[in-house]
Design a protein around this ligand. Structure first.
Ligand SMILES: Cc1cc2nc3c(=O)[nH]c(=O)nc-3n(C[C@H](O)[C@H](O)[C@H](O)COP(=O)(O)OP(=O)(O)OC[C@H]3O[C@@H](n4cnc5c(N)ncnc54)[C@H](O)[C@@H]3O)c2cc1C
Length: 403
């Protein structure tokens, strides 16, 4: 089967769906191919902390209805170490920029519904396999090849391909050797990410430093919470029985059984704690968007926000390109996005090293731990230090569109 469109979008995650909705609203022909089924992507639980700029962008495009109705606003987080506890009111310190807590899978569901209601084409269970003619000259087109569950492969001829297919997708590997540089940081600890059917123990996110390792209590909904536990690199979820998880959470977070009620564990995964940035985020007719171009550790809740910010930037530039015929505007996409991406990487790295127990047995472990305590003291006692934290944690102000 041969299809033709202006922009072929690979991946129906937050980046691909935001791009698809905005292009569609502007009358720019596009289509989305997604490797997985609709049920799979609509139930994949990951992020939940949505920055002010993301909410404002979605609101401006009429995509934030349910998020605003059902998501909770969140403007302060708590740090714990031993008996020491303090909160950072980051909304106040960051000029009113709060987060909304709303599960990623709910946002994905909303974005799919909005796009399909607007008449958009979304081919589920169609993995992209190959990308060709990335350097096709003016007047010619790139080609995306997908597998189809019930027919011959689908070929899509298009002006541009937006690779929104996550870190393990097909878009980035299609870039010819030597045309991307990649900077990588592999951290020396892992995180066990746990999703449990239990109401939140408090109304603030908790970051706890503990001699056994970091623990985090994140908010999701009134009946489901996400937790993180520092673990060794290469650890396996099977090493963590439910009892072991709950007892580690109670101990590290300093919460009793009655404050944090053990409930069924829905999911447990060991996350590879890695930072990765590929640049430039464009190669000819292919743009890399979101996790396809960069991944970031979950510390600070930046990944989905960056992915949506990339999609917003690319959408704006495609709009200008199609309205005015100005193709130079597309050249600016990568340079416009990279400073924000690196700022988020720096913040996530800083937060990780504030929170994590240094790897035991290292000669400098005790020294590094004293540095952590000193940083915590400054976060508690210095208004300027706390304001700088708040500015990064809340994320940048809402953006102005590219003209
Ligand atoms: C446990 C956890 C917690 C997190 N918490 C937060 C948080 O609080 N805040 C935050 O901002 N971020 C958070 N993140 C990160 C966030 O989930 C990701 O950064 C975000 O999903 C990136 O969106 P994306 O659209 O770029 O990629 P993805 O969401 O990965 O979407 C890519 C899509 O492409 C599809 N695909 C892949 N290959 C192909 C192919 N060959 N053909 C067609 N389709 C393909 C995939 O199936 C997928 O649907 C968290 C991540 C994890 C794992």
């Amino acid at each position: 089967m041969l299809l033709r469109t202006r922009v072929a979008i690979v991946g129906a995650g937050p980046a691909g769906l935001v791009l698809a909705n905005v292009l569609r609203q502007a009358g720019i022909d596009c289509l989305v191919v997604e490797r997985r089924s609709r049920a799979h992507v609509e139930n994949r639980a990951r992020a939940g902390l949505i920055e002010h700029r993301t909410v404002e962008f979605l609101r401006a495009h009429g995509l934030a209805g349910r998020l605003l109705a059902e998501g909770a606003e969140h403007g302060s987080c708590e740090f714990r170490h031993g008996d020491g506890r303090f909160s950072v009111p980051y909304r106040e310190l960051a000029g009113g920029r709060a987060h909304h807590v709303y599960p990623q899978q709910s946002l994905v569901r909303d974005l799919i519904a909005a796009y399909l209601a607007d008449g958009g084409t979304l081919l589920f269970s169609h993995p992209a396999m190959a990308v060709a003619d990335l350097d096709a000259p003016d007047g010619e087109r790139a080609v995306l090849r997908c597998e189809s569950p019930d027919s011959d492969p689908v070929l899509i001829e298009c002006d541009f391909i937006a690779g929104c297919d996550g870190f393990y997708g097909a878009a980035r590997p299609a870039v010819p050797a030597g045309r991307l540089r990649a900077d990588v940081k592999q951290h020396e600890f892992g995180w066990l990410a746990v999703l449990a059917e239990t109401p939140p123990a408090t109304n603030e996110i908790i970051y706890a430093l503990h001699r056994d390792g970091f623990a985090g209590h994140m908010l999701r909904t009134s009946s489901v919470s996400r937790f993180y536990l520092q673990c060794p690199v290469g650890d396996h979820p099977e090493n963590w029985s439910d009892d072991r998880i709950w007892s580690a959470l109670h101990r590290r977070l300093g919460l009793s059984d009655s404050e944090l009620r053990p409930g069924p564990i829905i999911e447990k995964t060991v996350l590879d704690m890695r930072g990765f940035v590929a640049e430039p985020m464009r190669c000819g007719r292919l743009f890399l968007v979101g996790d396809a171009a960069h991944i970031i550790t979950p510390a600070g809740g930046k990944g989905m926000n960056l992915a949506i910010a990339d999609a917003a930037e690319l959408a704006d530039r495609l709009l200008v390109h199609y309205r005015s015929g100005n193709s130079a505007v597309l050249d600016g996409y990568s340079a416009a996005r990279l400073p924000d991406i690196w700022h988020a990487q720096e913040f996530s790295h800083w937060l990780l090293h504030l929170l994590h127990s240094p790897v035991a047995g290292r000669e400098d472990s005790a020294f590094l731990h004293r540095l952590q305590l000193s940083r915590l003291d400054r976060l508690r006692d210095s208004a300027a230090f706390a304001a700088s934290f708040a500015d990064s944690y809340a994320g940048p102000p809402a953006r102005s569109p590219v003209r």
